[in-house]
Design a protein around this ligand. Structure first.
Ligand code: DLL
Length: 430
């Protein structure tokens, strides 16, 4: 079955806004009744659910931030009893604790439908063989795309991440036609094929659906040429649902936001003011259909703009540009959100004080790499070489346990980290 829903996806703005208002009112009622955080916030601002009479009222509602989620860890933001929750996912969060998100049975059904929709818009059909090379686990990417592809009726290969040789072997032997992974991993696959003399044009691969991390138009062209496919972008975040928030259609001119399920706003990240259509700022999302984990005006920290113009595909949902950065210091490395605060915490504990350090994200051989440079302190310097090595090893292991991806840790000479250069350097040109 193709998940092409013109009745929803091509609604007139008036119809859509009416639907959004009804769903927003229901969501506001639900969170006011069931989530202490929202009841308190609304009461503090003197708002009752009946006040929300139009979409324009949304602006007056409080934002939800990751700090709020942190304070309500793990289940404080759930709007249903745990007994109703059939799935829990989490993402690294932006502070000390991960963000824990829940789904009811209906949430999973809606999620599958939203993902199936953008996969259809990107050209996937029931005849496709879809290789999911996202990590299965707490990350929402793999399960989201898996459900979407199954809902379409495609054949899903849930290979998960890693083992690049095997990924390529499966692509060749199982005749994969659609590849799902981070754009960074698509380049890794291309590079391995080139190194081992495999011509991508000889594969059955025709489309690639990439998301979970920022990438550029240059990277798209590179992937398309090297893998001989057409590549589309899709966007989402765990706090809001996971993948399924937005995705490109075959015209590749911005990602259609599923506006019957989410209301997007663009705000000035400094003042919180809503910006007029077309301006660049931070994306804020309100969920309209979620039962277990509804979010009111969630600050995504992703910087983008929204285009209300018509798209050739006929879908009337607005299109968001590829996010160009973040309004916080979170780095997305290999599709994983890395909060420098997590690294800082390990360093402070390990060095028993505050060493000067730098966190450097780079792309080597088309792979994301993360390096932490620590300036040698008197204490570390005076240690025997052997002890320095075990110090580095201990720090590396602790950081990796905290952030979940590989990191290189190096000691550098005192004073070699230039003053004023900042602790977080992202050298990747995306
Ligand atoms: O990355 C959900 C996802 C998985 C989306 C797979 C698409 C495909 P989180 O781990 O919570 O969820 O990370 C969310 O990743 O706030 C953005 O900063 C970034 N991000 C996700 N997709 C894109 C994209 C998933 N297409 C955070 N372009 C978001 C740029 C993206 N950044």
């Amino acid at each position: 079955m193709n998940i092409w829903e013109p009745a929803q996806e091509c609604m007139s703005r008036d119809e859509l806004e009416q639907l959004q208002l009804e769903r927003l009112q229901a969501t506001i009622n639900r969170v006011f009744k069931n989530v202490t955080f929202y009841r308190r916030e609304f009461s503090r601002m003197g708002i009752i659910p009946e006040d929300v009479e139009s979409l324009a009222h949304l602006k007056r509602l409080p934002f939800t931030t990751t700090e709020d989620l942190d304070k309500n860890y793990p289940y404080g933001m759930f709007a249903v009893p745990l007994r109703e929750v059939v799935r829990i996912h989490s993402s690294s969060g932006r502070g000390g604790k991960p963000v824990v998100v829940g789904y009811t049975k209906n949430d999973i059904r809606v999620w599958s439908g939203l993902v199936a929709r953008f996969m259809t818009a990107a050209g996937v059909t029931r005849d496709d063989v879809v290789q999911i090379a996202f990590r299965y686990g707490l990350f929402t990417g793999a399960f989201g795309l898996h459900y979407g592809a199954e809902a379409i009726g495609a054949s899903v290969i849930p290979i998960s991440t890693g083992n690049t040789e095997k990924q390529i072997m499966i692509m060749q032997d199982y005749k994969t036609t659609a590849l799902v992974c981070t754009p960074g991993y698509a380049l890794t696959l291309a590079e391995r094929m080139e190194k081992t003399g495999i011509d991508a044009r000889g594969l059955s691969l025709r489309v690639g659906l990439f998301g979970g991390e920022p990438w550029s138009e240059t990277m798209r062209r590179d992937i398309e040429n090297r893998l001989s496919i057409t590549a589309t972008d899709n966007y989402g975040l765990s706090e809001v649902i996971g993948p399924g928030v937005a995705g490109e259609c075959v015209h590749k001119c911005g990602m259609h936001i599923a506006e019957d399920a989410f209301i997007p706003e663009i705000i000035d990240p400094l003042t919180g003011e809503t910006l007029p259509p077309g301006q660049t700022g931070e994306l804020v999302l309100t969920t309209l259909t979620k039962q277990a984990f509804p979010m009111i005006r969630f600050r995504t920290r992703d910087i983008t703009s929204i285009d209300y113009g018509r798209c050739e595909c006929g879908r009337t949902f607005v299109r968001m540009k590829k996010p160009s950065g973040r309004s916080d210091d979170v780095l997305i490395v290999k599709g994983v959100n890395v909060s420098p605060a997590q690294i800082r915490e390990v360093l402070f504990a390990a060095a028993q004080g505050e060493p000067r350090y730098q966190i450097i994200a780079d792309r080597m051989d088309s792979k994301d790499a993360l390096e932490v440079r620590i300036e040698v302190t008197e204490k570390i310097f005076s240690a025997e070489l052997q002890n320095q090595r075990s110090f580095l090893e201990m720090v590396r292991k602790r950081i990796e346990a905290s952030i979940g991806i590989h990191v290189t840790v190096k000691l550098v000479e005192p004073g070699s980290i230039p003053e004023g250069e900042g602790t977080i350097i992202d050298k990747r040109i995306i």
